[in-house]
Design a binder for this molecule. Structure first.
Ligand code: CTP
Length: 400
């Protein structure tokens, strides 16, 4: 069975209006299609002065519409025909003029007519010069649009094409894609607070040396992202990784298991769900040398280890624990070890995977173990595995 991509079966009208940021709409279009979306591009006449329709046509593999009177559409009812199948209209970039027209319900070209005649949500990504954005007329128009239920994504602050600095830059295509995916994702964990650990821990020996586990953090970050998409408020306690925090997730960076433990315990009473994805070092060096250790002249150095706290087991043993989920990365006997770990840590759900398959591969094979038995997930990317896991957590929590 094939697993859906995040925008599979979603029909999106991408409206492009006449601003310098129109060139970024080409990247956005690629990202939307890359996530499985069906995208129909509609441009204003002014937008075609910045980027030609041919670009969008080539990228979307579909004709691009600009004109109300385009006779490629039967009955000349483009405004009805193009929005009929749409699940959302996304206008990026949205100029001050487009916002003004839409706020007033004016419809003097194809895109503004589509916006007025729609029966689906409208999302806009404003892009304009800082002064245009700050103008009271624009502020009023944006407020009116918000009141009418239009979703306003951005703008961001930063350097502008006109040479100024400030609010008004179009939000970057990757961030807009995240917002669209969030918008469509079922809110299975709405109102829930989810705390999660990810990445490795690093246990220092001296100022320049230490021991650690192999963990990229990708799985944990994917779970954090999927939980946020499902509407949860997510706090991610992360060991050292080379990843940027997922959008709208609070990240707390730590190094050692003791730091991770402290940050988790500080926040856990607030959490409804705790997911321990981190590859926590089981042991730490008893005494970290404040100075760099020198190579011993006679014999090998001796390093004494002490045990680190088991964060997951400790959280699960709290008097009123959150719903706890563990991970078991094993090199053999996956089923036996994962079941034993679940029982030993006294948690309702554990995610098992074989490490030979976990490292490097794009496709991940994981099995969930809970009270009802084992549930193999569909082989998929880490993001898709994370989504399936969140669905399973939500269904178990519903039954509680
Ligand atoms: N875990 C934790 N704190 C630790 C060790 C592990 O929170 N000090 C969590 C991990 O995040 C994971 C689960 O416990 O969700 C399983 O961790 P693992 O290290 O594989 O289990 P261990 O009990 O340490 O067993 P072993 O190392 O023998 O496989």
């Amino acid at each position: 069975m094939e697993i859906n991509m995040e925008l599979t079966d979603k029909h999106i009208v991408l409206g492009v209006t006449g601003g310098v940021a129109a060139y970024k709409a080409a990247t956005l279009l690629r990202r939307l299609i890359g996530a499985g979306g069906e995208v129909q591009v509609v441009m204003t006449a002014a937008a075609t002065r910045f980027v030609t329709p041919v670009t969008f046509q080539a990228l979307s593999g579909k004709p691009v519409f600009v004109d109300m009177w385009d006779d490629r559409i039967v009955d000349n009812m483009a405004h009805i025909e193009l929005s009929r199948r749409a699940d959302a209209i996304l206008v990026a970039p949205a100029t001050a003029d487009f916002l003004a027209k839409t706020a007033q319900g004016q419809a003097d070209d194809l895109l503004s007519t589509l916006a007025l005649a729609r029966n689906c949500p409208l999302l806009v990504a404003p892009a304009m010069n800082r002064q245009m954005w700050e103008n009271p007329a624009t502020r009023r128009n944006v407020e009116l649009l918000r009141r009418d239920g239009v979703i306003c994504l951005g703008p961001d602050a930063g350097a502008q094409a006109c040479g100024e600095e400030g609010d008004g830059r179009m939000r970057e295509p990757e961030a807009l894609l995240e917002s669209i995916i969030d918008f469509f994702a079922p809110k299975l964990l709405a109102g829930k607070k989810l705390l999660l650990t990810a990445g490795p821990t690093f246990e220092a020996i001296d100022p320049v040396r230490g021991i650690t586990n192999l963990s990229s953090g990708h799985m944990g970050y994917a779970v954090a992202r999927a939980a946020r998409q499902a509407g949860a408020e997510v706090t991610l306690i992360s060991g050292p990784v080379a990843l940027s925090a997922p959008q709208d997730v609070t990240r707390v960076s730590v190094q050692s298991a003791l730091e991770m433990h402290a940050e988790v315990m500080r926040r856990v009473t607030d959490a409804d769900i705790f997911v321990a994805v981190a590859a926590v070092a089981d042991y730490r060096v008893e005494r970290i040398s404040p100075q760099k250790l020198k190579k011993a002249t006679g014999g090998l150095p001796e390093i004494h280890f002490v045990e680190n706290p088991d964060i997951l087991a400790e959280v699960a043993a709290l008097p009123n624990p959150p719903f706890c989920v563990g991970f078991a990365a094993e090199s053999e006997h996956l089923e036996t070890y994962a079941r034993q770990k679940r029982a030993r840590k006294n948690i309702p759900l554990i995610v098992g995977n074989l490490i030979q398959e976990a490292f490097g591969g794009a496709d991940n094979r994981v099995i969930l173990f809970d009270d009802a038995g084992s549930h193999p997930l569909l082989v998929a990317s880490k993001n898709q595995i994370a989504r399936q896991l969140i669905e399973h957590i939500a269904s178990l929590m519903e039954k509680k």
